[in-house]
Write a protein that binds this ligand. Structure first.
Ligand code: ADP
Ligand code: MG
Ligand code: MG
Ligand code: MG
Ligand code: MG
Ligand code: MG
Length: 643
């Protein structure tokens, strides 16, 4: 996993003083890795997911649900698990989990993925008390509201970590100093709180203009922070306290890793929109469906000079994006034709990389990542003469949270022979292991299909940025159009350095399910599956269901979790159509999600019919749906009444 080395954290002034040293040693570490592994190849395809689970506690008498702060205690018990790996995450209500070992190329392993995800969830749940549960949730609707955690704390804006009027510091994971340190240093580097403005969804009874009354006990002027028609958030925890689904895969060589990184990058906004699941922020229905820009602003440590609000004096560069943002440059040769946004580099490190014969494209990529200061360093890590150490490189790499990550091999021993890997990072969490598996399968099948059919998804980086903005809008999955290549089967002319990309704007339905000119990604994946031999009927059936799920989201037969949550709120008898999601509505919503996760009820217009069709087509039997028998015994009514 990313850097979790520990020790005594430095304050911001000390961190800034040591910034060059850490970055310089990180560059040297990268050069060593590059020299050692640049020609290594023939690594087998492997892949693994990361899921961030959310801990919740229900109070059924009070009709209240809170985030449960128990991760420190649970991780202590989970650390020797032989079922999976469990890692700390930003907040004490989160637990990250990865499989005990990566999955192989063999598509038959998709038989186990759902069960594996559920097993991880249930392993945590088994350690909890009554009324405490583990769910898949991207963002908790009442994050930052009164008493949103168990136990509860009061925010205190004069404390020195988040300094938030909503977010108590006690929530930040305390078993490791990384998370509190980075929250404090982001704020201190910026010299003010992060500020996040989420546009409100205007319902028929929402005040217009909508202006929040902020809880500003100590400084009444903080009232000015409220902006018309927006919900104001003021702490790193609002973003870093969100959860997501990531998939990392190992490429055959460095060249293949660059190629697949580039080819998947244009698909990041598409998968973000398809997986959208975060429409409610600090108790308000908002006009966005995704977490992306919230996290981006929540860790945006740029100073006024870097933002271009003041002329550069103390700082070195004008910086165009947050540390958490979409990728700025393609890494393959053909991708260079589409790098059309300014890539700010640290010229000193760039020259050092070039002098050490790192290829120009990677030198640009790395020296771009290295314009960022480290934001959490530990005293014990300042002096290391260990030439197997990669902590300084990882320090900067793992605090550049981009839509994709290019991961070099870890240099130390490398006994397991880990190669160049690529991480796909935009996907939001789905309520069920079925849907989370579907998104993993979709991405992994795409990587195989890209290789098999030589697909080409390259479009200008600036258009991917634009697509990323569109992807987060309310109901983007059905209502937005996205820049896409007219012909994905055409390659670039590298000799003439000629771009072949003709851009079109397509709906997600057209991208996934096709139109008159393009067969669509789902058809391409079905074509790929047809070519695979030795695949067991059950695995094939699962993969077809997974593609079908994505395809049904794209054509609107199935809702995204975001649309589903919106509908749930709007249909709730206690909702007053004023955009406010209160304790009781939230309680019913999260309980409903808990039941869906545990397959005690199905989502409305949900998978049942779809599964039966797909399974009938593939196997002629329906007994293979895990938990299906049980589902039939539950109706939504009886379950809600019985809780
Ligand atoms: P990070 O937090 O840095 O993104 P993690 O270690 O938490 O990374 O998880 C990365 C994922 O990569 C896990 O699912 C893990 O199983 C998987 N993985 C581990 N080794 C390999 C490998 N050699 N190739 C591909 N995936 C791997
Ligand atoms: Mg991880
Ligand atoms: Mg991580
Ligand atoms: Mg994580
Ligand atoms: Mg990761
Ligand atoms: Mg952006």
């Amino acid at each position: 996993m990313g850097l979790l080395s520990s020790g005594t954290p430095l304050d911001w002034t000390e961190t800034k003083k040591n910034s060059w040293n850490i970055r310089n040693s990180g560059i040297e570490q990268f050069i060593r890795i590059y020299k050692k592994f640049k020609n290594s190849c023939n690594y087998p395809f492997k892949w693994g997911d990361e899921i961030e689970f959310t801990l919740v506690r229900f109070d059924h008498d009070q009709k209240k649900v809170q985030l449960l702060l128990k991760a420190e205690q649970l991780l202590e018990k989970l650390k020797d698990s032989n079922i999976a790996f469990f890692h700390p995450e930003y907040a004490s209500y989160m637990v990250e989990s990865t499989p005990i070992e990566p999955f192989s190329f063999d598509l038959n392993t998709f038989k186990y993925l759902e069960d594996n995800m559920d097993l991880r969830r249930k392993t945590i749940e088994a350690l909890l008390d009554q009324n405490e549960h583990v769910i898949f949730l991207t963002s908790f609707p009442l994050l930052g509201c009164d008493e949103f955690t168990y136990p509860s704390y009061k925010p205190s804006s004069n404390k020195h970590i988040s300094s938030s009027i909503f977010y108590p510091d006690e929530i930040i994971f305390n078993g490791h100093p990384r998370f509190r340190t980075l929250s404090r240093n982001i704020r201190e580097r910026k010299n003010k709180n992060v500020s996040i403005y989420v546009p409100i969804f205007k319902d028929k009874n929402t005040l217009s203009p909508f202006v929040e009354k902020l809880p500003c006990p100590e400084s009444p002027e903080c009232q000015n922070l409220a902006i018309e028609d927006h919900v104001y958030l003021d702490a790193t925890g609002f973003g870093m306290g969100c959860s997501c689904l990531q998939a990392t895969f190992q490429a055959e060589s460095i060249e293949e890793a660059k190629h697949l990184y580039d080819q998947l990058l244009p698909l990041t906004p598409i998968l973000l929109a398809l997986s959208a699941s975060s429409p409610i922020w600090r108790g308000y229905l908002c006009d966005i469906d995704c977490r992306w820009n919230v996290i981006s602003a929540s860790v945006d440590d740029r100073t006024d000079e870097e933002l271009g609000h003041l002329p550069l004096k103390k700082d070195k560069y004008r910086v165009y994006k947050s540390r958490y943002d979409s990728v700025d440059s393609f890494l393959s040769e053909p991708g260079q034709l589409y790098n059309d946004i300014e890539l700010v580099k640290d010229t000193e490190f760039y020259e050092k990389l070039i002098k050490n014969k790192v290829d120009k494209i990677l030198a640009e990529h790395v020296s771009h990542l290295f314009i960022r200061d480290p934001i959490a360093i530990f005293k014990e890590k300042l002096t290391s003469d260990d030439d197997q150490d990669v902590d300084s490189f990882e320090n900067i790499q793992s605090t550049n949270w981009q839509s994709m990550r290019f991961k070099p091999p870890p240099i130390r021993d490398n006994a397991e022979k880990i190669g160049w890997r690529v991480e796909f990072r935009p996907v939001e969490l789905q309520f069920t292991s079925f849907e989370n598996s579907a998104f993993c399968a979709f991405v992994i099948l795409l990587t195989h299909a890209i290789k098999q059919f030589d697909l080409n998804f390259l479009i200008p980086i600036s258009k991917i940025d634009e697509n990323m903005e569109r992807a987060q809008k309310r109901n983007a999955c059905l209502e937005q159009k996205f820049y896409f290549r007219k012909n994905v089967f055409e390659q670039e002319d590298l000799i003439a350095k000629q771009k072949t990309c003709e851009l079109v704007e397509l709906s997600i339905d057209e991208i996934i399910n096709g139109n008159d000119e393009f067969k669509g990604l789902s058809e391409i994946l079905f074509d790929y599956l047809c070519m695979i031999e030795n695949i067991e009927a059950f695995a094939l059936c699962k993969l077809k269901q997974y593609i079908k799920l994505i395809s049904s989201r794209a054509n609107g037969t199935l809702m995204t979790p975001a649309s589903y949550m919106r509908k749930f709120v709007k249909d709730h008898p206690k909702y007053l159509h004023d955009s406010v999601v209160d304790n009781e509505v939230n309680y019913d919503l999260i309980w409903h999600i808990y039941l869906i996760t545990n397959r005690k009820i199905e989502m409305i217009n949900s998978l049942n019919v779809l599964l039966v069709i797909v399974i009938a087509a593939s196997l002629g039997s329906s007994k293979t749906i895990a938990g299906k028998e049980q589902d039939d015994d539950y109706s939504e009514e009886s379950e809600i009444n019985s809780k």
